[in-house]
Ligand binder design. Structure first.
Ligand SMILES: Nc1ncnc2c1ncn2[C@@H]1O[C@H](COP(=O)(O)OP(=O)(O)OP(=O)(O)O)[C@@H](O)[C@H]1O
Ligand SMILES: [Mg+2]
Length: 398
C-alpha cells in the first residue's frame, strides 16, 4: 500500500505536550476542593495494586481507570502493572479580587498557571454549618466570580506582555531578519489574543490558526486551559439524583463556557466512601443503590487534556503510556526512551480490540492483524505497540 499523504493539516492544540500533565482543583474557598482531592487520594491509595505516590500533601498521582488495561493485566499476568496516571493538585481557594491581589490571590493564580487543566469545583450543596464566603448559596454567581478572576489575570498578564512586545517591535523598525519578523508576528498574534480576552472571552473558546496556537502555547495562559466543571451536591441530592441548581449550572456552561464538561458529584458522599475498605464500600454502594463517580471524573480530566495512551504488554510488564492526540510513532516511542525515538525503525501494532477478540498474540498474527507501521504512523488510543529501534550508542534499553 502506498503511504497515505497527509492532506488535512493537523490542528495544533493548546497546551504543552508532555507525559506528565497536571490538573488543578480550583474554586472559591469552602466549596469542597480539598474534600474532593482527599477522596481521590484515599481512593487511589486504597487500590493498592497500583503504585501510588503522594508527591506532597497537595499533589497526588491517581491511576486512570481503564477496563482495557485491567484486561491486559489479566491476559499477560505481568510481574509489574503500570497504568496511566493523572497528577491532581489541590489549590487553595480563590476569592473575588484575587487577580488584583486580594487574599493570597496572586500566589494561587500562579499555581493555576502551572497546571495543564482545571477541575472547577462549584458548590451546589446547602449546608448551614459550612460558611459561604459570598454569604449565600449561588453557584452561578460563584462560577462567574472564578471565571472572571481567571480571565482578569490573563488580561493583566497579556497587557504587560503586549506592551513589551510593542516596545520590542518599535525598536526593530521596518524590514529585519527572520527573527525580527517572527517577533513582530508574535506581537500581532498576542495583541489579537489580548483583544479577545479584553472582550470578556476565554482563550480556549477562540478560533486560532496553528501558527497562533504555537505562539499562544508559549504563554501558559490560564483561560487557554481546558476546564471540567464539578458540581458538588449534598449526599442526599446525589443519591436521589436531583438538585435544583444542576440545570442552571448546565445552562450557564452552555452559554458562557460552551463545550466544557460538567459532572455532578457529592464530596461528602465520595469522601465517606473513600475511608471504607473495598468490602464496606461495595456494601454501602449496594445499600444506597449508587455508584462512585470518581472514576468518571478522572477519565473526564484525562480526556479534557486530549490525551490518549498506548500499551506495551508482556510477561514483564503491562504499561500504559500517555501521549497527546496525533502523536507519530517515533515520538510515541520516545516517551519510553529517547533512544527508541532516535533509532526508530518501525512500530509493530496490535489493536486492543483484535487481541481481546482473538485471544492471543499468535491468533492476531495468524489473522493478519499484526501490523508494521513506519515513522508517519499516528499512534491511536488503545494500540498495543512494540517498537523496533537501532542505535549505535551504547545506552540501549532492553
Ligand atoms: N457535598 C458536600 N455536602 C456537605 N458538605 C460538604 C460537601 N462537600 C464538602 N463539604 C464540607 O464543606 C467544608 C469545606 O470543604 P473543603 O475543605 O473541601 O473546601 P475547600 O474548597 O478545600 O476550602 P478552602 O478553599 O478553604 O481550601 C468541609 O467541612 C466539608 O466537609
Ligand atoms: Mg482546601
Amino acid at each position: 500500500m502506498p503511504p497515505k499523504k497527509n492532506v488535512v493539516e493537523q490542528k495544533a492544540m493548546l497546551g504543552r505536550p508532555s507525559n506528565n500533565l497536571k490538573i488543578g482543583v480550583v474554586g472559591l474557598p469552602n466549596v469542597g476542593k480539598s474534600t474532593f482531592f482527599n477522596a481521590l487520594t484515599n481512593a487511589s491509595a486504597a487500590a493498592e495494586n497500583y503504585p501510588f505516590c503522594t508527591i506532597d500533601p497537595e499533589e497526588s498521582r491517581v491511576a486512570v481507570p481503564d477496563a482495557r488495561f485491567d484486561w491486559l493485566c489479566k491476559h499477560y499476568k505481568p510481574a509489574k502493572e503500570i497504568p496511566a496516571f493523572l497528577t491532581v493538585i489541590d489549590i487553595a481557594g480563590l476569592v473575588k479580587g484575587a487577580a488584583s491581589g486580594a487574599g493570597l490571590g496572586n500566589a494561587f493564580l500562579s499555581h493555576i498557571r502551572a497546571v495543564d487543566a482545571i477541575f472547577h469545583v462549584v458548590r451546589a450543596f446547602d449546608e448551614a454549618d459550612v460558611i459561604h464566603v459570598e454569604g449565600d448559596l449561588d453557584p452561578l454567581r460563584d462560577m462567574e466570580i472564578i471565571r472572571e478572576e481567571l480571565r482578569l489575570k490573563d488580561e493583566e498578564f497579556l497587557s504587560r506582555q503586549v506592551s513589551e512586545l510593542a516596545a520590542a517591535a518599535k525598536r526593530l523598525g521596518h524590514g529585519g531578519n527572520a527573527a525580527d519578523k517572527a517577533k513582530k508576528e508574535e506581537y500581532a498574534i498576542m495583541e489579537k489574543v489580548y483583544e479577545h480576552v479584553k472582550a470578556g472571552k476565554d482563550v480556549r473558546h477562540g478560533t486560532w490558526s496553528n501558527k497562533e496556537v504555537d505562539v499562544i502555547n508559549t504563554y501558559h495562559l490560564i483561560t487557554a486551559k481546558p476546564v471540567v466543571y464539578l458540581a458538588n451536591v449534598s449526599e442526599r441530592d446525589y443519591l436521589r439524583k436531583k438538585n435544583k441548581w444542576l440545570p442552571k449550572i448546565k445552562a450557564w456552561i452552555d452559554e458562557k463556557s460552551n463545550g466544557d464538561v460538567m459532572i455532578p458529584y457529592s464530596g461528602a458522599f465520595e469522601y465517606g466512601l473513600s475511608l471504607k475498605t473495598p468490602e464496606e464500600k461495595a456494601e454501602a454502594l449496594k445499600e444506597a443503590n449508587a455508584t462512585s463517580v470518581l472514576p468518571k471524573i478522572i477519565v473526564a480530566g484525562y480526556n479534557a487534556l486530549q490525551l490518549v495512551y498506548y500499551f506495551t504488554g508482556g510477561p514483564d510488564e503491562v504499561r500504559a503510556w500517555t501521549l497527546r492526540k496525533n502523536t507519530k510513532a517515533p515520538q510515541a516511542a520516545g516517551v519510553i526512551h529517547s533512544d527508541f525515538e532516535r533509532g526508530f525503525i518501525m512500530c509493530e501494532v496490535m489493536k486492543y480490540e483484535d487481541l481481546h477478540e482473538l485471544g492471543s498474540d499468535n491468533a492476531v498474527k495468524a489473522n493478519g492483524k499484526y501490523m508494521q507501521k513506519g515513522k508517519e504512523y499516528i499512534v491511536e488510543d488503545g494500540d498495543i505497540c512494540y517498537f523496533k529501534f537501532n542505535v549505535t550508542a551504547p545506552a540501549k534499553k532492553k
